[in-house]
Each structure stands twice: as structure tokens, then as C-alpha cells.
Design a protein around this ligand. Structure first.
Ligand code: NAP
Ligand code: GDD
Length: 383
């Protein structure tokens, strides 16, 4: 019999990669998904199995981190060897708009899971991974940030996650549970939600290249983030639960980059050089040069002519609507403990991450543009 894992947040970026990874390792994976008025399983549809198939290795349950009876029922029914608590209202800016809900889901939600495991007498069987975050460091007290760096959260999201972090530590110490925190720094991928900065940029750059969009408006371009690839980070989650002793780990690359440089890298990946000028809300970026060979290889000759007309024009601007009431200006992690104890080393560089995301978005946006064009033609036909 293989092991049984329960993943909350299975429909999210990390949940999707982790589910695939665990299934490949022979696990039976149970996932909790929220009810939605539309299908919300795009990221895991390739893993989906018809409920009538016997011995399925992916089983989905409706649930919500704000519903303790529901969570207790699912945990009791599935008797998991490992729980990966990845579900969360994970958008920092949105948490300022929905602080109470964020506290409930991201803070008390963690308690609901720990307490369910305890009440069901699963403390010696079930290992728990809590998705903690570099946002805990917020107004950073030390550079780089490591496991012993004091926390200073700067958003309702981070404050809720602070509770999640400490309640995990508390249940470990109070009840001897195998419960661990992964303090993960930002990790991205082609599956990243479209409103997080990297995906917003790679989508917009792809659309600008294809002539589908003129300009993208950004928030704080000077913030710095330690970005890795989600595929590397889910390997760390798994490794943390395979240790004999539970503990807390920083998972990061140790390299930090500004949002501005990420924007430049994304344009450059498809042969476009952009230069930034101006300051604050007046900062803009213009296209200065096209490396035609790279553009033709990565995007296609068809789109070159219309883009050439855009040289010297603005493609990036700033809109203060994207500023946060309190900002996290700098994150850079020290992953020494993870390297030494887990043997965890990321395989993707930032360049490889950008390449992966841009290739995926150029493809996806071409499909979108084609469908729109097709739709238009069909409409004309019927007229
Ligand atoms: P994500 O793409 O936003 O996925 C979040 C998942 O949680 C989705 O499946 C979402 O469901 C689900 N969810 C949200 N609220 C829920 C609720 N009340 N009950 C049940 N499920 C709920 O996030 P991610 O990037 O994969 O991150 C996974 C976890 O790691 C999160 O806890 C996040 O806070 C944390 N984290 C992420 C990063 C990062 O850089 N990605 C870094 C550190 C920590 P829907 O699909 O229905 O929305
Ligand atoms: N989203 C967004 N949109 N962010 C922008 C924009 C914009 O238009 N312009 C600049 N930024 C800046 C934000 O102000 C922030 O400093 C940085 O880009 C990164 O923003 P996000 O990509 O939204 O991520 P985050 O760092 O706030 O939070 C993510 O990483 C955390 C780990 O550090 C989320 O995945 C959290 O769930 C995660 O815990």
C-alpha cells in the first residue's frame, strides 16, 4: 500500500505541482477544493480521474478552511499519512480588502487542521506541512533572512500566516506532532495566478509582443524579491515531511531582483530591449531595440512588422492603485539549513524561470488571440 496524502489548496499553483509529484511517487492523493459556480480545476485537469474508476490515485473533496466540521470529516475519512496545508487567501494586496476572511482562512484554518488531527487521534500517524511564507519577515530585521530572523509582518495576510506559523510550532511542542513550517520565499511558474507580479508581467509582455495590448500598468517597481520555480519548491515541501524530526525551514534561492529587472528580463527573453526613465508614478519603460532573430525565434515573424512601429513608445507605466498600504521592500533568503539537512538545491535559475513562463504565455496568448479572431470571423459569417 502506498502512502496517502491530503492536499488543501490542490487547485492552486503549488497544489497542482505537488499532486502530480506525489502521484508519481505512488501516493494516493486526496485534495480539497472549494465549490465554485464555474469549473476551477484547470491546473489539475490532466490528473483528473473519473470517480467510477477503481483504485483512483486522485480524489477530490469539496471543502473550505473556514469549515472545521468539513475538515474534520475529510481528515477522518481519508486518514492521511501526510497533510500539506497549502490552501490560503494568498494575495497580499487583496488581504487588505478582506482582512477578516484572510485571518479566518489563513490563520484559524491552520488551527482547524491541527485540532482535527489531534481530536481524531491521528497525532502519531499524520505528518503536517504548513505553508508559511517569507512575508512573515516583512519589514526585514536581518539580511538575508533565515530561520532565526525575527518576524515583522506587514499585511493582514502576513499577520494571519504568523498565527499559522506559531500554532504549528505550538502543536508540535505541546502534543509531539510531526508538524513543520516551510518558510517559502516567492516561487512562480507558468501556473502562477495572473494577478501576482511575475505572471502579470509575462502575460502582458506576451500580449504586447502579439499586438494584443499597448501598455501594462505596475505598482512598486523597486521592490525586491527572491524568486524561484514552484517545481523546485514543492520538492522541498515533500522533503520536509520525510525527515525523522519535524522542523521549520527557509526555502529560497539566496538571490534577489527588483520588479523592474524582472520586467526587463521578460522583454529581453523575446528579443525586446526596454529602458526605464522617470521616477515614482511618472516612471515609464519604452522599447528601444528589437533583436529580430530572437523575436522571430521566440514569437514569430508575423508579429515583427507591427512591433517595429512601437519602437520608442511606452509599454510600461505606473498606477498607484497597485501600491500597498504597507509594503515589503526586500526579501532575500538564506537556504543553508534546507541545503544541509534536506539536501535541497533548486534546479531553476531566475533566467530559466523567465524562459519557462514567457514560452508558456506567448503560446497561451497566441491561442487566445487566434480564438478571438476565429470568433470574430464566425460572427461576420452569421451576419
Ligand atoms: P494559490 O495559487 O493562490 O492557491 C491557493 C489555493 O488555496 C487555491 O487552491 C485556492 O482555491 C485555495 N483556497 C483559498 N481559500 C481557501 C479556503 N478558504 N478554503 C479552501 N481552499 C482555499 O497559492 P500558491 O501560490 O499555490 O501557494 C500555496 C500556499 O503557499 C498558500 O498558502 C500561500 O499563502 C503559500 N505561499 C506561497 C508562496 C508563493 O510564492 N507562491 C510563498 C510562500 C507561501 P481556489 O483555486 O478555489 O482559489
Ligand atoms: N501583484 C502585483 N501587481 N505586485 C506588484 C505590482 C503589480 O502590478 N507592481 C509591483 N508589485 C510588487 C508588489 O508591491 C510586491 O512588492 C511585489 O511586486 C511582489 O508582489 P506579488 O507577486 O503580488 O507577491 P507578494 O510578494 O506580495 O506575495 C507572494 O509571495 C509571498 C511570499 O513572499 C504571494 O505568493 C504570497 O502568498 C506569498 O506568501
Amino acid at each position: 500500500m502506498g502512502k496517502v496524502a491530503l492536499i488543501t489548496g490542490i487547485t492552486g499553483q503549488d497544489g497542482a505541482y505537488l499532486a502530480e509529484y506525489l502521484i508519481k511517487k505512488g501516493y494516493t492523493v486526496h485534495g480539497i477544493k472549494r465549490h465554485s459556480s464555474m469549473f476551477n480545476t484547470d491546473r489539475i485537469d490532466h490528473l483528473y480521474q473519473d470517480p467510477h474508476i477503481e483504485n483512483r490515485n486522485l480524489i477530490l473533496h469539496y471543502g473550505d478552511l473556514t469549515d472545521s466540521m468539513n475538515l474534520t470529516h475529510i481528515i477522518g475519512e481519508t486518514q492521511p499519512d501526510e497533510i500539506y496545508n497549502l490552501a490560503a487567501m494568498s494575495h497580499v494586496k487583496v488581504s487588505f480588502d478582506t482582512p477578516e476572511y484572510t485571518a479566518n482562512a489563513d490563520g484559524i484554518g491552520v488551527l482547524r487542521i491541527l485540532e482535527a488531527v489531534r481530536l481524531l487521534n491521528l497525532t502519531s500517524k499524520t505528518r503536517i506541512y504548513q505553508a508559511s511564507t517569507s512575508e512573515l519577515y516583512g519589514l526585514v530585521q536581518e539580511v538575508p533572512q533565515k530561520e532565526t530572523t525575527p518576524f515583522y509582518p506587514r499585511s493582514p495576510y502576513a499577520v494571519a500566516k504568523l498565527y499559522g506559523y506559531w500554532i504549528t510550532v505550538n502543536y508540535r511542542e505541546a502534543y509531539g506532532m510531526h508538524a513543520s513550517n516551510g518558510i517559502l520565499f516567492n516561487h512562480e511558474s507558468p501556473l502562477r495566478g495572473e494577478t501576482f507580479v511575475t505572471r502579470k508581467v509575462t502575460r502582458a509582455v506576451s500580449r504586447i509582443a502579439l499586438g494584443m495590448q499597448q501598455k501594462v500598468y505596475m505598482g512598486n517597481l523597486s521592490a525586491q524579491r527572491d524568486w524561484g520555480h514552484a517545481k523546485d519548491y514543492i520538492r522541498a515541501m515533500y522533503a520536509i515531511l520525510q525527515q525523522d524530526e519535524p522542523s521549520d525551514y527557509v526555502i529560497a534561492t539566496g538571490i534577489t531582483t527588483t520588479i523592474r529587472d524582472f520586467v526587463k528580463m521578460s522583454f529581453s527573453e523575446i528579443g525586446l530591449q526596454v529602458d526605464f526613465k522617470g521616477e515614482g508614478v511618472n516612471e515609464v519603460a519604452v522599447i528601444n531595440f528589437i533583436d529580430e532573430n530572437v523575436f522571430i525565434e521566440k514569437v514569430g515573424e508575423t508579429y515583427l512588422e507591427s512591433l517595429q512601429k512601437r519602437i520608442g513608445q511606452e509599454v510600461v507605466g505606473v498606477d498607484p492603485a497597485y501600491f500597498r498600504p504597507t509594503e515589503v521592500e526586500l526579501l532575500i533568503g538564506d537556504p543553508t539549513k534546507a541545503r544541509e539537512r534536506l539536501g535541497w538545491i533548486p534546479k531553476y535559475s531566475l533566467e530559466a524561470l523567465v524562459e519557462d513562463m514567457m514560452a508558456s504565455d506567448v503560446k497561451e496568448m497566441k491561442k487566445e488571440s487566434y480564438l478571438k479572431e476565429g470568433g470574430y470571423k464566425i460572427l461576420n459569417y452569421f451576419e
